[in-house]
Ligand binder design. Sequence first.
Ligand code: SF4
Length: 333
Amino acid sequence: MAENKKQVVLSGIRATGRLHLGNFLGALRNFARYSNDPQYSCFFFVADWHTITTLTDTAQIKQFLPEIILDYLAAGVDHEKSTIFVQSSIPETAELFWILSCFTQKSELERIPTFKDKALKHAENVNAGLFNYPVLMAADILGPQADLVPVGKDQEPHLEMAKELARKFNRLCGETFAVPHSMAEEMIIVPGLDGTGKMGKSEGNTINLDDTEDAVRAKIKVAVTDPARQRRTDPGSPSKCNVYTLHTMLSSDDELKYCADGCTSASIGCAECKTILANNTIALLKPFQERRLVLAEKKGLVFDVLHAGQITARQTIAKTVEIVREKIGLLRF
Ligand code: SF4
């Protein structure tokens, strides 16, 4: 029951490390676009509670968090037009999480595929937070009454749970929550440089947002390509090459055609193809890095942005939680 005529967009990033090109192309670039689009009211947060489900050295959050906020801002997220906050600064989200947990069956959580994957990946630390992660994510989404959630394909089962919880609560207790929708079609999966799936911190296959020009060139130079191109004269298939997929996100139509034709006819080598990609990656990162340097000089900026964001987010979320408390009969004294 969003009374706001603008569509509420919500998204967050975990503070497990420094952000990379995958985060930039897959999330930050869109965050910047949404924050400057008057049809949206945006809430962007750093998900520190979600971070501690897997991060063992939690003291690192203090180090990563301000860097991530600077990345948001340098990518063009306008903090005056959107609300930027830290998840744990809103205690009402934890309250909503508990209430929603009581509307969630254990069997529903057991069916979530991401839990099984994460439990395998973090077999030494399968904590209850990891199990309850989708309910906390539902609280993140339903607290600000989000209409639209830009999620990657891997997070879609969590969004489904949030939708189901919204519908269930509305049915049992009366219309309360906006039912969120995915913006998944706008999310892209950015491939890693190692020829496997997604670019990711733990996979060690990233171009980092603070990489120097030399570092970008060196990483792309050794990126895995179509294994069929053993020799310069072997034709290749761009569709089997992560370098080409990165081209589709960074290069012009002419460059794409040049590389695709050159690859399939073996008229260009991988080195030339990679040089074009490296040039375009550097051209994308350079203005971002310059803006970031200027922002990092502004003492107190991160604190001020998060403090203002916390006030706005808390007001909005507390309003929802108050309605929820009333609907289920929790009294205040
Ligand atoms: S020419 Fe380009 S697209 Fe083709 S295999 Fe080499 S790097 Fe990949």
